[in-house]
Design a protein around this ligand. Structure first.
Ligand code: AMP
Ligand code: ZN
Length: 464
């Protein structure tokens, strides 16, 4: 079976054919590091991690390059730095904000069971021409000016959208529909209201780099054009991010990269995840339902958040609810109970096949439930196939003792779980599987639960 992916640009599900199967290349826009990441930001992290794992499975671990950038130059960062560290020089304050936020992001996404991307470039390292000759923003902007796609005006360098006949194809906006008016503010120095900033001047204490256009800083979109070209070349396979990035960010990245390099494409497949909302409401600070990954990790294991996220297909809106989390936690308790501490190499076909169909994770989870039942009532091979499938997807990173110990620590002993373990042990004894019944007794002991068998059944208490 082949991999099929929905491409936002052509608006169809297409068979994935890599440019070079020996080096499959994917770029995903990463966080702007000025604040804790929220649970919406976790969605592209988890979704594209699953795609990364699938591509590694299909093409080999050494044959996939995944780049996720860190945007560490942005006016939101400057504002946050001035607010949080008013006593410090702005540049120092900015460094504090970006370094602590980037470190927090790295630890959040690791807790979510995501593999580190192959490269995680920071925008500030790609502003000026580099000693290693990798692509950089200033050189890209020079190329755009030289090719007649950008111009200087009002202290800025702007991209000239009218210089690109098919500008707007990704988001489906036509230039002639974009008349100046109510929606788009017209800046007098722009040739077209949709022209966007490649470079702008910096005042004395703002972060700035010396450039042919004076001391200044890059616009947001040019960062990704430079970092993707630096690691993946002028044209690569997959470009991803959340749906809000289609316009203007990806539309403008695409325009810059194609016009600077003179190519017909920037990426061959554009993938976008839908939004996460919370208990049926848009997540926003003013509604008070803005949930950070870090807050959720205080109450739930990262794997519970990961499973919960994968219950919805990435192209459907996801409603994040407490009920959903509780169900995901129960499912993982059960999966740990069946498969923790087991090895296994090869994920099951049913899991891979579901993912090959445009990352159909709801179908994949249905497949996992089937594998779980086979494993619980089947043989060693069934169990290791289930365990391998879970590990392939980023689950089962803890031992049974760690998993249950953490739960006990978090919420006391879960009586429902103890009862189901005792029932499972009775079933194992009934079928004379004493290895399994001993294993469950040990697992209960690790949770601090002592059991007593009598002819009336089994009772339990917390060990003192
Ligand atoms: P930002 O740091 O705001 O640029 O966002 C980082 C990533 O998270 C981007 O790919 C966004 O599209 C994505 N994102 C932001 N908010 C949400 C949300 N509520 N649901 C899903 N993805 C989101
Ligand atoms: Zn980007």
């Amino acid at each position: 079976m082949e991999l099929r992916l929905y491409d936002t640009l052509t608006r169809e599900k297409r068979t994935f054919v890599p440019l070079d199967p020996a080096n499959v290349r994917m770029y995903v826009c990463g966080p702007t590091v000025y604040d804790f990441a929220h649970i919406g930001n976790a969605r592209p992290v988890i979704v594209f991690d699953v795609l990364f794992r699938l591509l590694r499975h299909l093409y080999g671990e050494k044959h996939v390059t995944y780049v996720r950038n860190i945007t560490d130059v942005d006016d939101k960062i400057n504002d946050r730095a001035a607010r949080d560290f008013p006593g410090l020089p702005l540049n120092e304050a900015i460094r504090k904000v970006t370094e602590t936020t980037a470190a927090q992001f790295a630890s959040d996404v690791a807790a979510l069971g995501s593999l580190p991307p192959t490269f995680q470039p920071r925008a500030t390292d790609f502003v000026l021409p580099r000693a290693d000759g990798k692509a950089d923003m200033v050189t890209l902007i020079k190329q755009l000016i030289a090719r007649g796609h950008a111009y200087e005006a009002g202290g800025e360098v702007l991209f000239d959208v009218q210089s690109m006949p098919d500008y707007g194809a990704l988001s489906g906006r036509k230039l002639d529909e974009q008349r100046p008016g109510a929606r788009v503010a017209v800046d007098a120095h722009k040739k077209s209201p949709l022209d966007f900033v490649l470079w702008k001047q910096s005042s004395g204490d703002e972060p700035g780099w010396e450039s042919p256009w004076g001391r200044g800083r890059p616009g947001w979109h040019i960062e990704c054009s430079a970092m993707s070209a630096a690691y993946l070349g002028d044209v690569f396979d997959i470009h991803g991010g959340g749906i809000d990035l289609i316009f203007p960010h990806h539309e403008n990245e695409l325009a810059q990269s194609r016009c600077a390099h003179g190519t017909r494409a920037m990426a061959n497949y554009w993938l976008h995840n839908e939004f996460v909302q919370i208990e049926d409401a848009k997540m926003s600070k003013s509604l008070g339902n803005f949930v950070t990954i870090r807050d959720l990790l205080a109450d739930w294991p990262g794997e519970v958040l990961r499973l919960n996220m994968l219950k919805a297909h990435y192209r459907s809106p996801m409603d994040w609810t407490l009920k959903g989390l509780e169900e995901s936690a129960k499912t993982l308790d059960d999966w740990y109970w069946v498969a923790a501490d087991l090895g296994g190499e090869q994920p099951a076909d049913t899991v891979i096949e579901a993912l090959l169909d445009d990352l159909n994770t709801p179908q994949m989870i249905a497949g996992l439930h089937g594998l779980r039942n086979k494993a619980a009532f089947g043989n060693e091979t069934d169990r290791s196939r289930f365990a391998a499938s879970l590990r392939f997807l980023g689950f089962l990173s803890e031992t049974a003792v760690q998993w249950n110990g953490r739960k006990q620590h978090a919420s006391g002993v879960d009586a429902g779980l103890v009862d189901s373990l005792i029932a499972a042990r009775a079933a194992a004894r009934a079928r004379k599987d004493f290895g399994e019944s001993d294993r469950i007794r040990d697992e209960l002991a690790a949770m601090g639960v002592v059991i007593k068998d009598s002819k009336d059944g089994t009772t339990w208490e917390i060990a003192r």
